[in-house]
Design a protein around this ligand. Structure first.
Ligand code: 6PG
Length: 250
């Protein structure tokens, strides 16, 4: 049994980005009407870059001052490092974000240990969402990617952070070739109002099928199942090449 999420296949990256912008606008309109602001969590990687650049040019850009951005995960590197997701978001959203520096909630990666950084990020989440003990943050929108191994954010196969059921963020130690990470945990993700996955490229075909059709529990992204929210996979034709069920194409 695969994911309950809706899968939409796009012939062009441009139309995928436009569709994602429509979801962003919809989340923005609803969130601002009810709460006066929108809170999102963004992933790093290459796939969302076109979307972030396009969002910076729209009226609903973070520069409006009523959008708070968190990171779905972060590499444990200085914020100026090109590997940093904070750095990527600043670079791709440019002025739209810098106008409200305090609205881009970054992980403190210089000074603390990864575990301390995860704890401080958790405190930032508690502060922003005004959480009481035991409460979970409820993001208006989380944008996720998918790795070839089925990871999402920094929840990797077999990593203890995947099974975290209480903490809001966790430090993740990978093999020596890769930086330590800080990631939002599944309870936080699955409490979101809207989650969209952006998945492009033939390399992702096997993991995408494993998540959306096979429900392969070994793939971390299979565990992203919002309790009371929408889930949508926006994918290109190459990533969808192994899917067997007919899908709405755009
Ligand atoms: C990161 C991301 C990560 C990413 C996937 C897909 O920090 O790298 O959060 O989870 O979304 O690895 O990356 P691409 O979009 O580059 O394929």
């Amino acid at each position: 049994m695969g994911s309950t999420g809706r899968v939409i296949v796009f012939d062009e990256k441009k139309s995928l980005v436009e569709f994602a912008m429509g979801i962003w606008r919809e989340a923005y309109g609803e969130s601002v009407a009810v709460r006066g602001y929108m809170t999102v969590a963004l992933s790093g990687g290459e796939t969302p870059v076109d979307l972030y650049r396009a969002l910076a040019r729209t009226d609903e850009n973070p520069g409006r001052g009523n959008i708070h951005i968190f990171l779905a995960d972060e590499r444990f590197v200085p914020l100026t490092d090109k590997e940093s997701n904070y750095h990527m978001v600043r670079e791709t959203m440019g002025d739209a974000v810098s106008t409200f520096e305090n609205h881009l909630h970054h992980v403190v990666t210089e000074g603390p240990t990864p575990d301390e950084a995860a704890e401080r990020y958790e405190e930032e989440l508690r502060r922003h969402f005004r959480l009481k003990p035991g409460e979970l943050p409820r993001f208006d929108l989380i944008i996720l990617g998918l790795g070839e191994d089925g990871h999402t954010a920094s929840l990797f196969p077999g990593n203890p952070a995947l099974g975290e059921s209480k903490r809001l963020s966790r430090a993740v130690t990978l093999d020596s070739a890769r930086h330590d990470r800080i990631t939002l945990t599944l309870p936080v993700m699955n409490n979101a109002r809207r989650i969209i996955f952006l998945v492009c490229g033939s390399r992702k075909a096997a993991s995408l099928k494993g998540v959306v059709e096979d429900g392969n529990a070994a793939l971390p992204a299979s565990h992203v199942v919002p309790r009371d929210g929408s889930l949508c996979f926006l994918v290109d034709r190459e990533a969808a090449r192994l899917l067997t069920q007919k899908r709405k194409a755009h």
